[in-house]
Design a protein around this ligand. Structure first.
Ligand SMILES: O=C(O)CCC(=O)C(=O)O
Length: 259
């Protein structure tokens, strides 16, 4: 409870929300996510991208992009009315649109297999402005210190971009050195140790990472990237030029709150 009150999204770049999803909803969603992992898509739509295939290393992070388009149960989960309302309240928004989601299923790790490198989400989104873009991390399992919680650098949403950091780079030792070399005072890092059904929100500019899962059970996060009425599209050239063309498709990019 202390952490919920302590951190503010505007000031610190991250905040904790109380429990939004109940056990039944979560277990049902987990079951359907397992179908998606197996490559079974109830909606007949494949996810946008898969970074793990059946038969791959069982200790690797299973990252699947836009699982919500594959399955009605997952779609219903991320469009839950109370969730939309809570996101709007925390971000002081009139409108909340989900435009991306990710399953980040982290089994017990081996070596560096469970590491997700330091990054800010905006570095992957050249087609979006920096304002009005946020990420909600929904815990589908209890997240303990040993299960590889997401770690956030407090106030790092106010930092300049740091070159050399990347989600897919598992070498956290080198990345930590890069961060130390650009920051003039020791950074305050908090761990997203939250209970199943609770949610963390961070700004698209907040630096975050996660380390190995030492627990026997997987650490499961459903990540929801959303925007509010202040977000602007940015014209880009090349492979991302038409990326956001799905924004008016409510299945892919559901509007989950409007005042
Ligand atoms: O779940 C993780 O370990 C990383 C999640 C992440 O990078 C994100 O929420 O943007």
């Amino acid at each position: 409870m202390k952490s919920i009150l302590k951190y503010s999204l505007k000031e610190n770049g991250v905040c904790f929300l109380p429990k939004i999803f109940n056990k039944e909803e979560i277990l049902l969603c987990q079951k359907e996510l397992q179908e998606v992992i197996k490559g079974v898509y109830q909606s007949e739509k494949a996810p946008e991208a898969r970074f793990w295939e059946v038969g791959d290393d069982p200790h690797s992070i299973i990252k699947i992009d836009k699982p919500h388009i594959c399955n009605q149960v997952i779609w219903d989960f991320i469009t839950k009315k109370e969730f939309g309302y809570a996101l709007a309240k925390a971000t002081e928004s009139k409108k909340i649109k989900v435009w991306h989601s990710q399953l980040v299923w982290k089994p017990k790790s081996k070596g560096r297999s469970g590491n997700a490198g330091w990054h800010r989400d905006s570095q992957y989104w050249p087609f979006w402005s920096e304002k009005g873009l946020f990420t909600a991390w929904i815990a589908l399992t209890n997240v303990t210190k040993k299960s590889g919680p997401v770690k956030y650098i407090i106030n790092s949403h106010l930092w300049n971009d740091i070159v050399g950091l990347d989600f897919f780079n598992k070498d956290l030792t080198t990345q930590n050195k890069i961060i130390r070399s650009v920051s003039d005072k020791p950074e305050e890092i908090i761990s997203g140790t939250i209970n199943r059904g609770e949610v963390l929100i961070h700004s698209s500019l907040t630096y975050h990472s996660s380390e190995k899962n030492e627990e026997e059970e997987p650490r499961i996060g459903l990540v929801v990237h959303f925007c509010n009425e202040h977000a602007d599209q940015v014209k880009t050239k090349g492979e991302n030029a038409n990326y956001l063309n799905f924004l008016n498709d409510n299945w892919t990019a559901p509007l989950i709150y409007e005042k």
